[in-house]
Design a protein around this ligand. Structure first.
Ligand SMILES: Nc1ncnc2c1ncn2[C@@H]1O[C@H](COP(=O)(O)OP(=O)(O)O)[C@@H](O)[C@H]1O
Ligand SMILES: [Mg+2]
Length: 261
């Protein structure tokens, strides 16, 4: 790791699937201790951005750096010690218990063929507590509701104990209380541990309230990147999402977005 405070940096990055260009000319930095929200319509490339940071997709142009190093040159296991991902599609439903699933997050830190020790179990339990899922520990993954499973996937990422967390729509299945707690949790991780968090979401109001910066993807690139009150404006959102939108300001100046169509 270099001394760079840039946890993730996209520098002129372009991504494509076969001939199909999805994102070009992406310049984006997520620093240590920063909580960045990624917003944009369906199909705008949010998940592709997450995949690009973890080299699931390779940039067709430009470069992606993790802690200053070209991600393409980082060994898989080293990368897994630096970045944890909460994938949009969750985890495959195997006949594992919740605790076993969260323990999988410890894999990058175990020796080959080594089993988890007490410390790993303790970390997995702490992660479950952080997402309000302690009571689910012994349940089978297949027996959980969508929202319960989503919190378990976040716990697995936390148990990985990385400096960077990428979460792809981690609140999509959550009720209001759990959605709010999820944003509060990521904020706490930023404040207490200085983590870099990049979170994809359609919860514009939670992003407005909790993220340091928001990035708006549209038409194959970053259309805006800045403080929530600068990015979440009615004209820009209407143009991007193609529907009528009203933006109000709360007492503290935080924008509040309502679809008015
Ligand atoms: N594996 C893939 N092969 C081909 N096209 C893909 C693949 N994954 C995503 N796409 C396309 O790339 C575009 C961006 O997808 P994605 O990054 O998943 O968008 P978002 O997460 O913003 O909804 C979409 O048009 C999608 O259909
Ligand atoms: Mg997506």
């Amino acid at each position: 790791m270099t001394g760079s405070a840039h946890a993730i940096e996209f520098s002129g990055a372009a991504f494509a699937y076969r001939e199909r260009d999805v994102l070009c000319d992406v310049h984006l930095v997520v620093r240590e201790g920063e909580f960045v929200g990624v917003l944009g319509p369906n199909g705008s490339g949010k998940t592709t951005l997450v995949r690009g940071a973890t080299r699931v997709v390779t940039p067709r142009a430009g470069v992606v750096r993790v802690h200053g190093i070209d991600v393409g040159t980082i060994a898989r296991r080293d990368l897994a010690r630096q970045i944890a991902v909460v994938p949009q599609e969750g985890v495959p439903i195997f006949p594992y218990t919740v605790l076993e699933t969260v323990l999988m997050g410890r894999a990058p830190w175990l020796g080959s063929f080594a089993f988890e020790g007490d410390d790993d179990v303790a970390r997995a339990r702490d992660a479950l507590a952080a997402v309000d899922a302690t009571h689910l520990e012994d349940r089978d993954l297949s027996e959980l509701s969508g929202g319960e499973r989503q919190r378990v996937v976040v716990a697995r990422a936390l148990a990985q104990n990385t400096r960077i967390v990428l979460a792809d729509e981690p609140t999509a299945h959550l009720d209001l209380r759990h959605a709010v707690s999820m944003f509060q949790l990521f904020r706490r991780l930023r404040d207490e541990r200085g983590l870099a968090v990049m979170l994809v979401t359609h919860d514009l109001n939670l992003a407005a309230r909790h993220c340091d910066r928001v990035v708006l993807l549209a038409e194959g690139t970053i259309r805006a990147d800045g403080a929530p009150r600068d990015v979440l404006t009615a004209p820009l959102l209407e143009r991007t999402f193609g529907t009528r939108i009203e933006v109000r300001l709360r007492d503290d100046g935080t924008p509040f977005v309502v679809a008015a169509g």
